[in-house]
Design a protein. Sequence first.
Length: 356
Amino acid sequence: MAERHDAAALLRFATGCARAAGLPEEKARDVAEVLLEGDLMGHDTHGLALLTPYLDSLASGDMAAAGEPERVSATPVAETWDGRKLPGPWLVRRAIATAEKAAGVFGLGAVSIARSHHIGCLAAYGPPVAANGHMLLLTCSDPATASVAPWGGTRRVITPNPVAAAWPTPDGPVILDVSMSITTNGMTARRRAEGTRFPGQWLLDARGNPTDDPNAFFTDPAGTLLPLGGVEAGHKGFALGLLVEALTSGLAGHGRAEAPGGWGANVFVLVLDPAKFGGAERFLAESGWMAGAVRGNPPRPGFDAARLPGDGAMARRAKALAEGVTLHPAIPPMLGKLAERYGVRLPAAIGAGSAS
């Protein structure tokens, strides 16, 4: 059984480790909060499992601890920043705040960030924006690496390139976080370590043959992740992945053409204020109607109910806050090593729960 931990205790632990590693208070808190949100929502490859590689990156100098992003350009509604490899969660939260301020005046605000460090679970950023009555579009790519081949190709060109969004309804937010590949680098590495295969042909081997074997991703030459849509409709997922490249590296003015190194992200943040368009009340009327139409839809065999994107994540989050966070079995040993490294006490488990 997977261990459960008190969420507040985990937050104190993660913040303490980040502070001991050299991050200033605000940056440490933002990193800890965003990573914990990943576990609360059940996205545990992008939760506290990332704390060790984040702090390793800080120790190596690939993540910067001090300073501010450089503003490259700015208009009343759009800004571009050089993130200078500062912590991704801290940068994205600042970018969202900047975009929300502009959206409150002009209806929309956008921030493009080049050279951010990794930004964690994209879904984690959505609920606060929706709670403010706004819409969020957030996407990222990593121009220093690649894992997805073009449709019809066999060599890596782009990353999974997730797209996240959030918006309000009268009964809570809609939250989506979808990679433009069927699976992710992190999940592929986890499957390989566990010795398990994928439930379907989610990868291509080096020759371009579909496979469910995660080891195919780590050969030389390497296999690739299939785009969203798989062998039947992956042309759609790869096209959307290219859109993400344009929104991130393209708008930021920094990307694969420069052959950058290290671990990081280019990021695009867009916030919209429905009150400045057709009106907040009409927006909620429409989003509320759609929410009712989805949740009230007759379920097909094998399903208890139809649900909106984010329903499962928010239910898992509420349960984790009430009963404790269920950590994947691989995570507590990683946290234990951080506790020894930084002299921060790891909170004891409060019980066992089902693995997420």
